[in-house]
Design a protein around this ligand. Structure first.
Ligand code: ADP
Ligand code: MG
Length: 458
């Protein structure tokens, strides 16, 4: 890769990760070389290397591939030393270990088939189940039993960092032990595309087809990447059909429901709909706390003297957004910090050490957005919502908007009152209580609240 290409990739990275992340994490790394399909980067400290590898490894890789580079991995090493690199594989999510020694992903050999690696931590036993993901988890479990194909394909979708890749790797781990005779392939849609393009270039599409059609279980992660890429979609569609017709299990993930992927070929979308489509919802407080507790347990096995002050995990679960990757990142940073300075993780230290993450998840939802979305949802004009009208069809949505402002922002009742055309704080409190009460009595209200919350937090 030339410096020019890296310059271009940096430009793209700036757009995808935002200015703050860019200056904190991308700026400090420098590109060194590409060797054996691995892009090597130099990082100033182990801490930055681990962090970049965990949080930005896959996006860097993605942009390198988009820029036309034939890379499958990125590695970060401190200074000139090449030892203990922090690797990110194209087909594994990065490892989550505080120190720079990242457990090597276990390569899976399939004769004649592309080699792929699984993240050893992405197992069912490491997956915390809660309300937002219980359906996806149950479906993944069922598929992992490897019995008669019950739903084909299984389509898992949800926002970034909610556990799609984790569940797919967990299925692969499980099948590897219980049914070692099965040919199981896991790859990202991008890798699928990359291999296909390579086959085209090498005029070897026949063996590409044979290869993929000899598989028992095919998992393709992040299928949104091939939406709009016509020849790849076409090939994917044929592979997909061939496998389904042979009764082979297919598992696919995407960031949206098939019907919502605008550029996805209609035939593919409707084929995907034929199977089981389940979504991973944004995490809730209980699930976040559960995940944090599990990660702390795991860390304690390696560092028995780890000390965390009471309330810290609750605080993090409360304040950090739904994305589990961000949550883990926060914890990783705290572990690294306490390890470095050898002290207990206190509330003060947490606030200091995570200030950027906390700030980022703070500026989430504004009262303006809440009002706008609520009006859209109920087909009202903002002037009506703000008006003194007590008509039920206006007053209820207004109370809903008040309720959401209270729940989703840190605004006080008087502040909310001012926003709603100078209403008294007791009026706001009444509205909030009314909706709280109705949520447990009226399933339509509960559904509206849930839907709006989800749209606003997305
Ligand atoms: P996605 O593929 O949906 O973007 P990942 O599967 O890569 O998300 O998950 C992001 C990180 O969060 C991974 O490190 C994963 O192990 C962790 N994670 C997500 N959901 C859970 C869960 N329910 N329990 C434990 N870890 C989780
Ligand atoms: Mg993923």
């Amino acid at each position: 890769m030339t410096d020019e290409t890296w310059g271009h990739v940096r430009g793209e990275l700036l757009k995808s990760v935002g200015k703050n992340n860019f200056s904190a994490w991308i700026e400090p790394i420098s590109f060194k070389t590409v060797e054996d399909r691995t892009a090597h980067f130099q990082v100033p400290t182990n801490f930055i290397g681990t962090w970049v590898s965990q949080h930005f490894g896959d996006v860097i890789l993605r942009h390198l591939i988009s820029a036309g580079l034939e890379v499958e991995r990125v590695e970060f090493a401190v200074g000139g030393q090449a030892s203990a690199p922090m690797a990110v594989n194209a087909n594994t999510a990065p490892n989550k270990v505080a120190s720079a020694t990242v457990a090597a992903p276990a390569p899976v050999q399939n004769r004649g088939l592309p080699e792929f690696s699984l993240n050893p931590n992405f197992t069912f036993s490491n997956f915390v189940v809660g309300k937002p993901n219980e359906l996806a988890h149950a479906a993944a479990r069922r598929v992992a039993e490897g019995g008669a194909v019950s739903f084909n394909p299984l389509f898992l979708y949800g926002g970034v960092g909610l556990g799609k890749t984790h569940l797919m790797h967990a299925i692969a781990h499980e099948l590897r032990t219980s049914k070692p005779e099965l040919k199981v392939i896991y790859l990202s849609a991008e890798q699928f595309m990359y291999r296909f393009i390579r086959a085209l270039r090498d005029q070897d599409t026949i063996s590409f087809k044979e290869l993929f059609r000899s598989i028992d279980v095919l998992m393709v992660d992040d299928v949104q990447f091939i939406a709009g890429k016509n020849s790849t979609q076409e090939e994917f569609f044929h592979t997909f059909n061939a496998l389904v017709e042979m009764g082979k299990q297919i598992i696919i993930s995407g960031d949206r429901a098939p019907v919502d992927m605008d550029e996805l070929d209609n035939r593919i979308a409707s084929r995907l709909q034929c199977g089981l489509v389940v979504d991973l919802h944004p995490t809730d407080y209980e699930l976040r706390l559960g995940i944090l507790q599990q990660k702390v347990e795991a860390q304690r096995e390696r560092h028995p003297d780890l000390k965390i002050a009471p309330g810290v995990l609750e605080f993090i679960a409360h304040r950090i957004s739904s994305n589990v990757r961000v949550l883990e990142g926060a914890l990783t940073r705290l572990f690294a910090f306490s390890d470095l300075i050898g002290c207990e993780i206190t509330m003060d230290m947490t606030q200091e050490c995570l200030s950027d993450i906390l700030r980022a998840s703070d500026r989430k939802v504004t009262m303006e957005e809440i009002i706008k979305k609520t009006c859209e949802h109920y087909h009202l004009r903002q002037t009506d919502l703000m008006s003194p009208s007590r008509a039920r069809n206006i007053a209820r949505p207004r109370q809903m908007a008040m309720y959401l402002c209270k729940k989703l922002t840190t605004r006080s009742l008087p502040e909310i009152g001012r926003k709603f055309g100078g209403r008294d704080h007791t009026t706001i409190l009444h509205g909030v209580r009314k909706i709280e009460e109705l949520i447990s009595l009226d399933s339509q209200i509960a559904e509206d609240a849930e839907l709006l919350r989800r749209m606003l937090e997305a």
